[in-house]
Design a protein around this ligand. Structure first.
Ligand SMILES: [Zn+2]
Length: 313
């Protein structure tokens, strides 16, 4: 494990430099977006509107229930668009506890001696809206605008804009079968469990994003998460002025795709807004979520990566 706490002064000083660059170059992001893989010297900005279009696309495909054609289509789409962004793609298909699991992995490997970071999100959506207030809706599928599509949208946009010369190996992992627990033959977080079981080597840190597009975004420190890593990320969020969204208080213990990593001794956090009233209902739809929220979370994750693995480090 290589997560070290940077001394606060050095940390803030470096972060200020990153922020300055982000501000100076913010208006160039659109121009740079179409010029191929960006370098650290031409930092691009997380484009929240483009990320939001990815969210809308997934919802429009229909519920991404394992075994459905929308589930298959989203996998093909993820492989295609991330290839276009210059990432090496792997489709990991395994049978895990009797379930067919299809994780999609985007890899950017620079040098095996450098640190290795995983950013993850689940792409499946829940087969039944079992928390819907109306009993007649509880056998219907969840549209998964926030619960599923939002994390994927953040990863896709990170894939587009992340500078290629960061001093780190990065995998973006789209987990299957996170959200079909509590059903006959179903369990939670199957995709990430299967992934960690097959994992060779030890990533230095894992950040999972899930349910990050609520219009009223409130992200507390999830209490199963690695404390040091959470402190770093929440500190970056504060420096970006997002302390009202990334609330620096522990709240909730959540079973999400970070858990198999933590159980394997790998530092991992879950960035999740668990105060979403449409969670596991048929109302988890595009009108309940926003590009601004995706942008906040995306910028925080990118700023953390730049701060730790940018050219000055
Ligand atoms: Zn869910």
């Amino acid at each position: 494990m290589r997560i070290a706490i940077t001394p606060p002064l050095k940390f803030l000083e470096k972060l200020r430099r990153v922020l300055l660059l982000l501000l100076l170059l913010g208006n160039l992001s659109a121009a740079l977006a179409c010029t191929g893989t960006p370098q650290v010297s031409e930092i691009t900005v997380f484009n929240a509107d483009r990320a939001f279009r990815d969210l809308e696309y997934q919802v429009q495909l229909g519920p991404r229930i394992p075994g459905s054609s929308a589930h298959e289509q989203v996998r093909a789409w993820l492989i295609s668009i991330n290839k276009q962004s210059g990432w090496e793609m792997e489709a990991q298909s395994v049978i895990y506890q009797g379930n067919e699991i299809h994780n999609i992995i985007a890899k950017r490997e620079i040098d095996q001696h450098l640190p290795w970071i995983i950013i993850g999100a689940h792409y499946d959506s829940r087969i039944i809206a079992d928390r819907d207030p109306l009993p007649e809706n509880r056998s219907k599928p969840v549209p998964g605008a926030n619960d599923g599509a939002s994390g994927v949208a953040v990863l896709n946009e990170i894939a587009r804009i992340l500078p290629a010369d960061l001093q780190v190996n990065i995998w973006l992992v789209y987990f299957d079968a996170e959200d079909n627990g509590s059903m006959p033959g179903g369990e939670w977080i199957l995709g990430s469990r299967a992934f960690v079981e097959k994992l060779k080597g030890t990533p230095d840190a894992v950040i999972v994003v899930d349910m990050v597009a609520d219009r009223d975004l409130n992200i507390y420190i999830e209490q199963n998460s690695n404390e040091d890593l959470a402190a770093e990320v929440w500190s970056v969020a504060k420096s970006l002025g997002y302390e009202d969204t990334f609330i620096n208080q522990p709240k909730y213990h959540i079973i999400d795709d970070h858990i198999p990593f933590i159980q394997a001794g790998i530092p991992a956090i879950d960035i999740i807004d668990f105060e979403y009233r449409y969670w596991h209902t048929v109302s988890d739809t595009v009108d309940k979520v926003s590009a601004d929220s995706l942008g906040i979370v995306g910028r925080v994750v990118v700023a953390w990566l730049l701060e730790k693995y940018g050219e000055d480090n």
